[in-house]
Design a protein around this ligand. Structure first.
Ligand code: ADP
Length: 276
């Protein structure tokens, strides 16, 4: 348990009596510490690629380089610029999500189109990440059955898409080639629907799990960066799901793999086939 911080002010009346004002500032101080952490993280995430970029610029300016070398350097510079762009893009997405309530007129979004995009993106990413290896991922998506063909979720289509794709893409990014990724939809008896992504990746130790949706929290920094991660993906997923009345559950076993599941409540759904 964290210590409680009390701020105390003494106001002497001048006649020997004193007024004592005390205030619990625990929450205020915590919010302030979180804000400072956040600013420090943002600065770090932007400054690192900026430092690398500046170094390359200096090299290009001062060293006589062959055309080949120049183009190699420019390629690496483009990569760093891209990284900064992703961080800024994700930060803007987060701040937009935090500031705006879900529009009253949510659209009915067909699960079929959400799934189709998840599958296309997931497979493309898998090809990209395993192109230098002999072992691709084994990926399974739900067949185009009734549930997939007719079910709809009330929400903002682009947000729902980014949240679900993000979980599939993470499974691809953290699972080494040869591993498998299994995407499922399940309608439960209470009318809710569970979307889940199962992978045979490295798994996540229990102490990290509650923190994964914090901004910039990463278990494996290098794997995250190598595969284009900003450390903001799951923070965005969490916000999107909150706005849609949905919840995220993470179950994982070190060395075996992880399951990320999203539960959509019945009152946001229509047209899903009955279970069983
Ligand atoms: P990142 O851009 O780093 O992937 P995320 O917010 O998407 O950021 O994820 C936070 C961290 O959670 C990742 O850095 C990684 O350590 C861990 N993580 C996410 N998905 C998985 C997964 N499927 N398997 C193992 N670790 C994962």
């Amino acid at each position: 348990s964290r210590p409680v911080r009390i701020s105390v002010h003494l106001h002497p009346y001048g006649d020997g009596r004193t007024l004592l004002l005390s205030r619990d500032v625990t929450a205020l101080e915590q919010a302030d510490a979180m804000r400072r952490d956040f600013v420090a993280n943002v600065s770090h995430e932007i400054r690192t690629p900026l430092t690398v970029l500046t170094g390359f610029v200096e090299t290009l300016q001062t060293l006589p380089l062959s055309a080949d070398e120049r183009s190699r350097y420019l390629g690496m510079m483009a990569q760093q610029a891209q990284r900064m762009q992703s961080v800024v893009q994700d930060l803007l997405t987060l701040s937009r999500l935090e500031g705006s309530p879900l529009p009253g007129m949510a659209e009915w979004t067909p699960v079929q189109s959400l799934m189709q995009r998840c599958e296309e993106e997931g497979r493309a990413l898998s090809m990209l990440l395993t192109q230098n290896q002999q072992r691709p991922h084994a990926m399974r998506f739900p067949a185009a059955d009734l549930l997939r063909a007719e079910g709809e979720i009330a929400g903002v289509p682009a947000e729902l898409q980014s949240a679900l794709s993000n979980l599939v893409n993470n499974a691809v990014r953290y699972t080494p080639g040869g591993g498998s990724i299994d995407v499922q939809w399940l309608r439960k008896d209470d009318g809710s629907v569970v979307f889940s992504v199962h992978d045979t990746g490295p798994g996540i130790a229990p102490e990290h799990i509650p923190r994964l949706t914090e901004r910039f929290y990463r278990v494996d920094r290098s794997r995250s960066r190598e595969t284009g991660g900003t450390g903001l993906g799951l923070a965005i997923v969490k916000h999107v799901l909150q706005r849609h009345g949905a919840t995220l559950d993470i179950a994982s076993t070190l060395g075996k793999g992880s399951v990320f599941s999203v539960t959509f409540p019945a009152n946001r759904l229509r047209g899903f086939a009955l279970p069983g």
